[in-house]
Design a protein around this ligand. Structure first.
Ligand code: FE2
Length: 199
């Protein structure tokens, strides 16, 4: 029996994760699961009280660079689901990166600018750009729109909430050179939780 890891072990997080698990179990596709999860995710983003300050803090030594903190809140032991906050200080931006798993991402505090990149016929280019405000969220279903970069545009630090169907901080994914599209292996880690060492 797998033991899930509730780093932030509160009724709000347990209820949300429980609803997500039911939605995933009952859905026949990622899109269907996402539709079922949307209402609970919107409620989580609208609730100003459930996320303690420590998970809204930047992290000077983080794997993302720029003081960006990726704080684990929950993960399934089998690596099939994770919930984390991503804290991006004012003016900082993530590398261009992918996620390699479907899920939902939404803004909780501050504002962000998001740039979405695409590979088409061997070319790597900026496909779209959008501004995100608290309460805005979007779904990710790779490979569609899986490569992006986020930058905080508010004077305050931005905090986004990620629900993804992998152990996002610990899987090896990719960071990209935005000009050449060249990929390099990328593992962001979590500020507050280890990744298993690889053999
Ligand atoms: Fe991302």
């Amino acid at each position: 029996m797998a033991t899930d890891e509730f780093v932030l072990d509160t009724p709000v997080v347990r209820q949300f994760v429980g609803e997500v698990q039911v939605a995933i179990a009952q859905a026949s596709s990622p899109q269907q699961a996402i539709e079922a999860i949307r209402p609970a995710f919107a409620v989580l983003l609208a609730d100003a009280d459930w996320l303690p300050d420590e998970y809204r803090a930047d992290a000077p030594e983080s794997g993302m660079g720029g003081g960006i903190g990726q704080w684990l809140l929950y993960r399934a032991e089998d690596g099939s689901l994770s919930l984390f906050s991503l804290v991006v200080p004012s003016g900082s931006q993530t590398p261009v990166h992918d996620h390699l798993a479907w899920g939902l991402v939404g803004l909780y505090c501050g504002t962000q600018d998001e740039e979405i990149y695409t590979r088409q016929e061997g070319r790597f280019e900026l496909k779209d750009q959008r501004e995100l405000r608290p309460g805005d969220f979007y779904d990710l279903i790779p490979p569609q729109d899986d490569i992006h970069r986020v930058r905080t545009t508010s004077a305050e630090t931005s905090v986004s909430i990620h629900l993804l169907t992998n152990d996002t901080g610990c899987v090896w994914r990719h960071a990209y050179d935005p000009d050449s599209g060249e990929a390099r292996p990328f593992r962001s880690g979590y500020v507050n939780a280890p990744c298993e060492e690889e053999t």
